[in-house]
Design a protein around this ligand. Structure first.
Ligand SMILES: [Zn+2]
Length: 378
C-alpha cells in the first residue's frame, strides 16, 4: 500500500487520497492554505510499505487548482525525487475537469519501489539545509548573525560579507528572500547570487535576510496572502505589523548608517503566480525613467534574456485586499521611509525563455544578477 508521510521541513498536503486499480496507483491531493487566503505550496512523501504488489505507474492528481494563486489551467511542472535522489520535473501533464466544472491536473510518475518513498513538491524545495550547503560551499565568505527572533521564537538571522562602518560609508546592498515562505524559485536565484558574489570576492557591503518568514518556510506555509498579515504588507508606514518586520526594520536602519544611501539599493527575490513564466521586476512608479537605477534595472532585464520578459519592468501599485490597504510593502517602505532604491524580482516556479527551469538555471539567473550588482556597486 502507499502511505502519505511528512517531510521533515516545509511539509504541506491536504485531503490526500490513495486509490489502487489494476493498472495504476492514484494519489490525489491538494495544497493546504495553512490558514492563509491563497494556497499553492505542497510538499510530502509517498511511501510504499511493500505489503502489496503495486502497479508500476502512479498518477499524481492535484485537486482544486482554481483556488491556487495564479494557477490558470495548471500549466506548471512540480518536482519529484525518489529517496535522496536528484529532483526531477514532472512534465507528463494531463488536465482534468470534473462534471461539475472543477479543475484538477494530473502528472504521471513511477510508483516508488517497495520500502522506498517518492517526495513531491510544487517546486524545488529550499530550506535551511540547502542554505547551509551554500554557506559551506562559499568557504566562510559569509558571516551569519542572529538579529532577532521570529514570531514563533525561532532564531532570525542575516548574513553579510562585511559590516562596513559609519565613519567610512560605502555603496552597498541589502538582499531579501522568502517574505512569502514558499517562493523557492526566488530562493534558488538568491542562492546563485550569493555563490557568485563570494566567488568574485566582492568587498562592498552585502547584507542579506534569506528567510524573511523562517517560521513559514519550516512550517510549509505558502505565505503569500497569509492571514492575518502577509509579511510583505506589514512594513508600516506607522508601525510594523509583524514581529519579523520589526526585526528587519531595525537591521535595515543599522545597515543604512553604514552605506551611502543615495548610491545603495535593496533587492527582494520572489516567485510570481503558479503558472506565470519568465523573470521580471517590480519598481515604484515614481522612479524616474532617466535615473541611473531605472536604467540599471532595464539593462538587467536585457542581461537576463532569454529568461526575462520583454517588458521587464512592471508596477505593482495595487492593493488586493482592503484589510491590507493602508500598509506598505517592502518596496514602499524602501522608497517612502528609507529613501533608498528598491527593486523586486519575480522568477517563475517552472519556465523561462521557453525552457523548463532546473536548479542550475536558477543559479545561472542569480549569477547574472550578481554580475549586474557588481556593475552597479563596485
Ligand atoms: Zn512574493
Amino acid at each position: 500500500m502507499l502511505q502519505i508521510q511528512r517531510t521533515s521541513e516545509s511539509f504541506n498536503v491536504a485531503v490526500a487520497e490513495i486509490a489502487i486499480s489494476a493498472d495504476q496507483c492514484e494519489v490525489s491531493f491538494s495544497g493546504s492554505p495553512h490558514g492563509g487566503i491563497a494556497a499553492l505550496w505542497f510538499h510530502f512523501r509517498i511511501f510504499n510499505d511493500g505489503k502489496d504488489v503495486l502497479p508500476s505507474r502512479m498518477v499524481l492528481k492535484l485537486k482544486h487548482i482554481m483556488t491556487m494563486l495564479g494557477a490558470g489551467r495548471g500549466e506548471f511542472y512540480p518536482v519529484i525525487r525518489y529517496g535522496e535522489g536528484e529532483w526531477k520535473r514532472l512534465t507528463d501533464r494531463i488536465p482534468s475537469v470534473r462534471e461539475d466544472g472543477h479543475r484538477a491536473v494530473c502528472w504521471l510518475a513511477d510508483t516508488p519501489e517497495s520500502g522506498e518513498y517518492a517526495e513531491v513538491a510544487f517546486c524545488y524545495p529550499y530550506g535551511v539545509k540547502e542554505f547551509d550547503t551554500m554557506l559551506k560551499d562559499t568557504g566562510g565568505y559569509w558571516t551569519r548573525d542572529e538579529i532577532g527572533v521570529s514570531a514563533a521564537g525561532r532564531s532570525f538571522f542575516r548574513i553579510s560579507n562585511c559590516y562596513g562602518s559609519e565613519s567610512e560609508r560605502r555603496k552597498g546592498c541589502y538582499l531579501f528572500a522568502r517574505q512569502h515562505a514558499a517562493e523557492t524559485s526566488g530562493a534558488w536565484v538568491l542562492d546563485g547570487i550569493l555563490r557568485r558574489l563570494a566567488e568574485r570576492n566582492v568587498t562592498f557591503p552585502v547584507w542579506c535576510v534569506p528567510f524573511a518568514d523562517i517560521d513559514g518556510v519550516i512550517d510549509g506555509n505558502y505565505g503569500k496572502d497569509s492571514f492575518p498579515q502577509d509579511i510583505n504588507r506589514s512594513w508600516g508606514p506607522h508601525a510594523p505589523m509583524r514581529h519579523e518586520n520589526m526585526v528587519m526594520i531595525q537591521d535595515l536602519n543599522l545597515w543604512k548608517l553604514r552605506v551611502i544611501p543615495e548610491d545603495s539599493a535593496i533587492f527582494d527575490f520572489h516567485s510570481p503566480g503558479a503558472a506565470e513564466k519568465g523573470v521580471y521586476s517590480f519598481l515604484q512608479k515614481a522612479v524616474p525613467a532617466d535615473s541611473r537605477f531605472y536604467r540599471w534595472v532595464q539593462e538587467t532585464g536585457k542581461a537576463l534574456q532569454p529568461y526575462s520578459h520583454d517588458d521587464f519592468i512592471k508596477y505593482g501599485n495595487y492593493k488586493k485586499f482592503a484589510a491590507w490597504g493602508g500598509f506598505y510593502n517592502l518596496s514602499e517602505f524602501a522608497f517612502n521611509t528609507l529613501h533608498i532604491s528598491f527593486a523586486s524580482f519575480e522568477t517563475s516556479y517552472y519556465e523561462a525563455g521557453r525552457q523548463v527551469l532546473e536548479i542550475k538555471d536558477y543559479r545561472n539567473i542569480g549569477a547574472i544578477f550578481a554580475e549586474r550588482l557588481i556593475s552597479y556597486l563596485q
